[in-house]
Design a protein around this ligand. Structure first.
Ligand code: ZN
Length: 76
């Protein structure tokens, strides 16, 4: 089965590769590295819960930042 149809460029489409400051902050938060220094995120042991299970938290291995985005909501 061969498709003959091709994608057509929408009329009047303008692609802007200059993100706004908000778009850049969102892009940084979506990266798998630390959004502050770019370091690797590792799981560090934080203690044990009441059942003795180990509790881990995502932490930057470079700057020790523990404020790692877990959920990112974006809108206008
Ligand atoms: Zn960091």
């Amino acid at each position: 089965m061969a498709y003959k149809q091709k994608l057509k460029v929408p009329v009047g489409l303008k692609v802007n590769f200059k993100p706004s400051e908000k778009q850049f902050v969102l892009w940084k938060a979506l990266q798998p590295e630390c959004h502050i220094c770019g370091g690797e995120i590792v799981q560090s042991l934080k203690g044990n819960d009441h059942l003795g299970n180990e509790i881990y938290a995502p932490t930057c291995s470079h700057c020790k930042n523990e404020n790692i985005p877990q959920m990112i909501l974006a809108g206008r």
